[in-house]
Design a protein around this ligand. Structure first.
Ligand SMILES: Nc1ncnc2c1ncn2[C@@H]1O[C@H](COP(=O)(O)OP(=O)(O)OP(=O)(O)O)[C@@H](O)[C@H]1O
Length: 487
């Protein structure tokens, strides 16, 4: 399927974490000048396989680079020297350093007088190539950047070259925090990089991206490769079928019936408009979408509403409490030292007490219930949350919010890294909860998800510039409102 001498070849690779058999005999080869799309359910083993390529840990089986057996001596340093670069789901930049300094962390060759300037020039030039108009400066502190820009820096850094070449760049959910425009820029760059002889492994749950950017698609399931074909031989539905989620995909097409609740239902959230904008109003049982380009104030609005449910915030009223599903899982969502069960139950502890003490039987029962309902893949809910795959961590955050008693659930692009089958189930849960009276405010960068909303507010420059009903909702109208002043 690949050329005569692939850059990297893995054969019969196996890896276990305790009782979890993450890889159960995987073959994969990757050649210069191709983009491999890697897809599969949450916990299928994709990131584990990429960690292996990047030298993060070893495994049983064979691994050759340029035909040479390296299985016993492949490390992060040797991978880097061979030109293997990785952009993992959880960003690895140092938040207290500048963009230029983070570029230097990866390139030891940038030393001596003026290294900071050279590092800055290197990363900004790559940002210009990958994300024209990015608006990022070399001296910006990474921790001060919004998550989309941090992700852009991390991606651009992976493609920068000093002494070692960039031969294979692994992108694990690279567009999860990018808006559609930025994601398009990245995919276009991937195609240029591949055309010039580079290799890319692209992991994504957005199948459109895979079909657009990949030459070959590899489908994983439960630690095995279950299908491998040219991308042109797949359609979206045959790819979904290969992943084993065809029935749920069809369920997605079911229309939302609730419609706008204004007038008849009580108001749950009201946020007064910024100058020149539109008020945000959400009623009982309504699913309200927040759209627009990334970083236009959507996440900030959700955080302000979340705060307003706890203390007085000028211009915002919230009835009945709120729960937040964070978009930036790494910094706002997951308690990294806690177990899966503790992460799920933290906002429900008031209900899980016996007397004044937390009842561990009740917390375990709640966590087990959500593990089953939302399909969190773990042998034990008492395992650390970081033992879960990225998508399964995100499911735990959903369980935390949906399992709370809050009347309003705020969702900050919450489906990042969640597989297509689980997404359908969560969409169904959101609909069912809305029908029972819960209110959802849902910021999403995925156009397809807006169709689950009763109406959609489009944000631009930190204010709402349009309020589109379901009937009015088209990608064109959202884009139009995102870019232009709406009369
Ligand atoms: N450090 C670890 N400790 C324990 N278990 C782990 C560890 N890393 C991965 N696993 C387990 O290995 C399996 C494969 O995880 P992996 O992260 O490779 O999945 P994935 O296909 O990348 O999923 P996602 O789409 O959610 O990112 C999962 O069951 C996960 O819980």
């Amino acid at each position: 399927m690949t050329g005569p001498s692939p850059f990297i070849r893995l054969e019969d690779v196996r890896k276990s974490f305790g009782a979890v058999r993450a890889l159960q005999g995987v073959d994969l080869s990757c050649s210069a000048g191709e983009c491999i799309g890697l897809v599969g359910h949450n916990g299928a083993g994709k990131s584990t396989l990429m960690n292996l390529l990047a030298g993060v840990f070893g495994a049983e089986g064979r691994m050759t680079i340029d035909g040479e057996d390296v299985a016993d001596r492949h490390t992060v340093a040797s991978a880097q020297a061979q030109g293997i670069r990785c952009v993992f789901q959880e960003l690895s930049l140092c938040p207290n350093l500048t963009v230029a300094e983070n570029a230097r962390v990866m390139h030891r060759a940038l030393k001596g007088f003026g290294w900071r300037k050279r590092a800055g020039a290197l990363i900004v030039a790559k940002l210009d190539q990958v994300f024209p108009g990015h608006g990022i400066g070399a001296s910006d502190i990474v921790g001060d950047l919004p998550i989309a820009r941090r992700q852009m820096v991390e991606i651009a850094r992976a493609f920068t070259v000093t002494d070692a070449p960039a031969r294979l760049v692994i992108l694990d959910e690279p567009t999860s925090s990018l808006d559609a425009h930025q994601a398009g820029q990245l995919l276009a760059y991937v195609r240029r990089f591949v055309a010039e002889g580079g290799a890319v492994v692209l992991i994504s749950h957005l199948l459109g991206e895979i079909l657009e950017a990949a030459d070959r698609v590899v489908v994983m399931k439960d630690g095995r490769v279950v299908a491998e074909r040219l991308a042109s031989d797949f359609t979206r539905s045959s790819l979904v079928a290969a992943m084993g989620t065809v029935a749920r995909e069809e369920a997605e097409e079911r229309a939302v019936v609730s419609g706008r609740r204004g007038g008849e239902a009580p108001t749950r959230v009201r946020a007064r408009a910024a100058a020149g904008g539109v008020d945000l109003v959400a009623h009982r049982g309504e699913i309200v979408g927040l759209a627009g380009l990334g970083g236009q104030g959507q996440s900030e609005m959700l955080i302000r509403i979340f705060d307003a449910a706890r203390r007085s915030v000028s211009g915002i009223t919230v009835e009945g409490g709120s729960a937040l599903v964070a978009g930036d899982r790494q910094t706002d969502g997951v308690f990294p030292l806690w177990s899966i069960a503790e992460n799920i139950t933290i906002t429900s502890l008031n209900r899980l007490k016996r007397g004044i003490l937390i009842d561990s039987g009740k917390t375990d029962a709640m966590a087990e219930d959500w593990k089953a309902r939302i399909g969190i893949r773990t042998p034990d809910i008492h395992n650390p949350i970081l033992s879960l795959s990225g998508g399964n961590q995100q499911k735990a955050l959903f369980a935390r919010a949906l399992g709370s008693t809050a009347e309003t659930v705020l969702m900050d692009d919450p489906m990042r890294g969640v597989d297509i089958g689980t997404k359908q189930e969560v969409y169904g849960m959101i609909r069912a909860e809305a029908e029972r009276g819960r209110t959802f405010l849902w910021y999403t960068t995925e156009m397809d998800e807006l169709k689950h909303c009763d109406h959609v507010y489009v944000f631009r420059d930190q204010r709402i510039v349009a309020d589109l009903s379901r009937a009015e909702l088209t990608e064109e109208r959202v884009l139009h409102a995102s870019f232009e002043e709406v009369a």
